[in-house]
Design a protein. Structure first.
Length: 343
């Protein structure tokens, strides 16, 4: 029954997400592991009992707002974001409470709304702003090649929430050993969501909890063949970990860096607003944009990242894979319109 329900979600957006099947199929060709796209994309929503979204995201935190010249997404995902709404309204020239955000948005451009929100550390994006900006995955060579069997690969996963852990899950199914690393003071926020979904993502992975202090992660990383991280690059650099040095130290290594808009961009992003940035949205009967699924840029990025890592490992590694959530979403939106193929 669960599979039928998940397929129902998939069928409802199939024309939009169909290009992702090409990426998943290529991962299968490389590893022999089939990708269950309905579960990857929609299991979290089904387990949490979420409804299909409209102009408010499935989890209720992200809002598509009609502005003076288009549409923008503002994601009030954290308590600090909600607390910052009065300041956001003041920046927009419309002091008031959160109920005034829709009205305030109509008096400014989409870029002005997104810029004001980002200034306050709120994830926000202009609809379609990431299209044509960069590839979904940018590979940079920093080390020498060495091909190894997937069963001999050890992955250290510093990521949290969804995109990075899904990448790790798929590589683990392909035979790699996955070690999930969490901060002793800042555990993975997904632990506070749906327990069954967290277990699904991390099934059979080892788990290590450490104090993220300089030198504390050196031994774990020294033993790794692949690192997955989804933070600003400076976060691990402060701890003495640099992707370039990791890759140069031993042939065949791969570093997967997942960010909202690229490693050179400090803007934060979550799955719903990143999907909007990429133009990965649906339309209501009036032709106005609506959200698709549940934080779609997250699982879409996880599939892209897993495919990129599997491809790199098959070719000998030595690469830093810069994976942008917004660009992954944009790649699918472009593929839908025939601009280019996803892989």
């Amino acid at each position: 029954m669960e599979n039928v329900a998940l397929q129902s979600w998939m069928d409802s957006v199939d024309p939009v997400l169909a290009p992702l099947a090409e990426v998943a199929g290529s991962f299968t060709d490389l590893t022999g592991v089939p990708v269950d796209l309905p579960s990857a994309l929609f299991l979290r929503a089904r387990l949490a009992g979420l409804e299909r979204p409209g102009r408010t995201s499935a989890n209720g935190s992200c809002h598509l707002l009609h502005t003076a010249d288009g549409w923008a997404a503002v994601n009030l995902a954290r308590p600090d974001d909600l607390a910052a709404v009065p300041a956001l309204l003041a920046l927009l020239g419309s002091p008031g409470d959160s109920g005034g955000l829709h009205a305030a948005a109509r008096g400014v451009t989409a870029a002005e709304l997104a810029d004001a929100a980002q200034l306050l550390g709120i994830a926000a994006a202009v609809r379609g702003s990431a299209r044509g900006v960069r590839p979904a995955v940018r590979a940079e060579r920093w080390g020498e090649r060495r091909v190894r069997a997937m069963a001999d690969i050890r992955i250290v996963d510093f990521s949290a929430l969804w995109a990075g852990p899904l990448c790790a899950r798929l590589l683990g199914l392909a035979g790699a050993r996955v070690v999930k690393v969490e901060s002793a003071t800042r555990p993975d926020g997904a632990r506070f969501g749906t327990p069954a979904f967290y277990r699904w993502l991390h099934d059979e992975h080892d788990n290590v909890v450490v104090d993220f202090a300089p030198g504390a992660l050196d031994e774990l990383v020294a033993e790794a063949d692949v690192v997955i991280e989804a933070s600003r690059p400076r976060a691990l650099r402060r701890l003495g970990l640099r992707a370039e040095e990791f890759l140069a130290a031993r042939p065949g290594r791969v570093w997967v860096g997942i960010t909202g808009y690229g490693r050179e961009n400090d803007r934060i992003a979550f799955g719903d607003d990143a999907a909007v940035a990429g133009g990965l949205t649906g339309a209501d009967p009036n032709g106005d944009p609506v959200f698709l699924g549940d934080a779609l840029a997250d699982p879409v990025t996880g599939v892209f990242a897993a495919h990129a890592a599997a491809r790199s490992l098959a070719e000998g590694g030595g690469e830093l894979l810069c994976v942008s959530m917004a660009a992954c979403a944009a790649t699918l939106a472009d593929a839908r319109t025939g601009t280019h193929r996803p892989c």
